[in-house]
Design a protein around this ligand. Structure first.
Ligand SMILES: [Zn+2]
Ligand SMILES: [Zn+2]
Length: 251
């Protein structure tokens, strides 16, 4: 059994977006499912080892809210909302006596080291297409994201997690069809229109689900300029689930 917990499900600025008066941000101020910290996912494997996907600027609040162990953190790419929470480890390490290992592709780890190398954590560059946490082999899936920024999805035990995506190489898409994905967790920042060339829309996530034949899909990394959690859930419930902070599943 793998346990997956969504520590944060919002995109770049989270929800509410500061000073925004849209209906989603106003709903988020009432603290329901529309309040979203920046994206991060906690995974607890069968063998009780754990991995946190991305370290958001809200990491302090996420540790406080969800009391998660800090053992392994995988950084998908060097965008502010995905790695800057590493700075919080400067006091979390002495406070909790933890020794986190920071995993990522070499260029990502080098960048994290440059920014946060003064904090005594173990940096671990992944120089192949996979890495291991305990007994679990985690495969990296190369993903096209923003201009000059590539990122990684991860695949393990028929679970595919893609925190941010603009597009995917056709050959990789083909290989994913053969993997018999039981659970897909994927970026759906936008509602209908890709405002910038950097993220999927919810409708693209739905099409992608069908294309690779994923059995269950949960979308995350939601932007405020969409609809409320309640309305999105109603609209898309036939095809996918809309994540919210604290959502926990076992698979
Ligand atoms: Zn707003
Ligand atoms: Zn990004």
């Amino acid at each position: 059994m793998t346990k997956i917990k969504f520590l944060g499900t919002g995109s770049l600025e989270g929800i509410p977006s500061p000073l925004c008066k849209c209906s989603v941000c106003e709903s988020a101020r009432k603290k329901g499912k529309d309040k979203r910290l920046r994206s991060s996912i906690y995974i607890e494997f069968n063998d009780k080892t754990s991995l946190i996907i991305d370290c958001s600027p809200d990491f302090r609040e996420q540790v406080e809210n969800f009391k998660i162990p800090i053992e392994n953190i995988f950084i998908t790419h060097g965008h502010y909302d995905h790695f800057s929470g590493l700075g919080e480890l400067s006091y979390l390490i002495p406070l909790y006596g933890v020794k986190p290992k920071i995993h990522g592709k070499k260029d990502v780890v080098d960048y994290c080291k440059e920014m946060y190398g003064y904090i005594p954590m173990n940096f671990s560059s992944i120089n192949s297409s996979s890495f291991k946490i305990g007994n679990n082999l985690i495969e990296l899936i190369p993903v096209i994201h923003a201009k000059n920024t590539s990122t990684s999805g991860i695949y393990f035990n028929n679970i595919l997690i893609i925190p941010e995506i603009y597009n995917l190489d056709e050959n990789i898409k083909k290989s994913l069809k053969d993997k018999q994905i039981e659970l897909l967790i994927i970026d759906a920042t936008y509602y209908k229109e890709q405002v910038y060339k950097d993220h999927f829309t919810i409708q693209m996530a739905r099409d992608f689900t069908k294309e690779i034949g994923a059995k269950r899909t949960i979308v995350t990394n939601i932007w405020h300029n969409t609809k409320t959690h309640e309305l999105l859930t109603k609209e898309f419930k036939k095809d996918l689930e809309i994540a919210f902070d604290g959502l926990t599943i076992e698979i």
